[in-house]
Design a protein around this ligand. Structure first.
Ligand code: GLV
Ligand code: GLV
Length: 317
């Protein structure tokens, strides 16, 4: 069987897999496999380990007659047409659980960094413009004891809420279905989407689906308070970026911290680059060495199970 890995991962992870399958790996670490090459190399593959930057759409799935499984190195799988894969009997796997705490931690960091204007403050020092102490120099907004509205209370949202509890925050959430454990453990309160928008920190941790796409739009930002800080660790597609920019520039909200954008990497000249109240990170939610190791290992384990005719460990249900 042939297993294709669409990005370079450390050799040590695939040594074992190589004893049971032919493993082919794209030679680039930084660059996604060009579409043509991806299609060509996948045509005779039985299993493919993909990245978020690979579009696994109908054209791709129709192009690969032998394909048994697509294993995505991410918890999100909005780059994959899961319904179409299912219709064709192709298994889709992701990497849940192993990245939960790390991703929540990045989200919490981004909330603190944005609230306390850390990036702006560090730039002030770097640019030699720091002239001395002033009563309101880089004065930000408190986090402790403020209200937080978590959109999407899956495992990452819950891990985020647990950190909020440590800061004595008033935790609210909105999600498709209620999460009674979180309500009990974290004293989190289920609220309507509109109520969620009224909190000090609105935090998106949801997966991107047809229902959640563009949910943070002009109407949503207008309902927020003028000192709300918006944090997104979900997907860029949740946010209408022009509407967010307008909301920040017009003072309809205070600031935003984004780990994800509609188009990654950010395009030269993107207006967010000039807006000091919008902090953008390069999609690093799960980026710690420990967690990336665990995610890669899980993908390889899933591939091995499939090659051996066993149930994969983490199929998308
Ligand atoms: C990262 O965004 C992931 O889905 O794992
Ligand atoms: C946000 O307030 C920032 O620019 O750091």
């Amino acid at each position: 069987m042939k297993v294709l890995v669409t990005r370079q991962i450390p050799e040590r992870f695939i040594e074992d897999l190589k004893t049971v399958a032919d493993v082919e790996m794209y030679h680039e670490k930084l660059k996604a496999m060009p579409r043509e090459e991806l299609l060509n190399e996948s045509q005779d593959a039985d299993v493919v380990i993909t990245m978020m930057s690979d579009q696994i759409d109908q054209e791709y799935l129709d192009h690969c007659p032998k394909l048994k499984a697509v294993i995505n190195l991410a918890v999100g799988y909005d780059n994959i047409d899961v319904d179409y894969a299912r219709d064709k009997g192709i298994i889709v796997c992701n990497t849940p659980d192993v990245l939960t705490e790390t991703t929540a931690e990045l989200g919490f960091t981004l909330m603190l960094v944005t609230a306390r204007r850390i990036i702006e403050a560090a730039h002030l020092v770097e640019s030699r413009e720091w002239k001395g102490w002033e009563p309101y120099l880089m004065a930000g907004k408190d986090v402790y004891r403020k209200s937080v509205g978590i959109y999407g209370m899956g495992s990452i949202g819950t891990a985020f809420a647990r950190r909020c509890k440590g800061f004595d925050m008033d935790i609210m959430y909105h999600t498709r279905s209620r999460h009674e454990e979180a309500e009990k453990e974290l004293v989190a309160k289920y609220v309507s989407f509109d109520e969620l928008l009224k909190t000090d920190y609105v935090v998106c941790t949801a997966p991107l689906t047809k229902e959640t796409e563009n949910i943070f739009n002009k109407e949503a930002f207008q309902k927020m308070n003028d000192d709300t800080i918006f944090i997104n660790i979900g997907r860029g597609g949740h946010v209408v970026e022009e509407d967010l920019l307008e909301a920040v520039q017009n003072g309809e909200i205070l600031a935003a911290g984004l780990d994800v954008l509609r188009q990654e990497p950010i395009k030269e000249g993107h207006p967010f680059l000039k807006e000091k109240n919008i902090v953008v990170l390069p999609h690093i939610g799960s980026a710690t060495v420990e967690t990336r190791d665990a995610m890669i290992q899980l993908c390889v384990d899933n591939a091995k199970h499939i090659v051996n005719g066993e149930e994969p460990k983490t199929p998308v249900k």
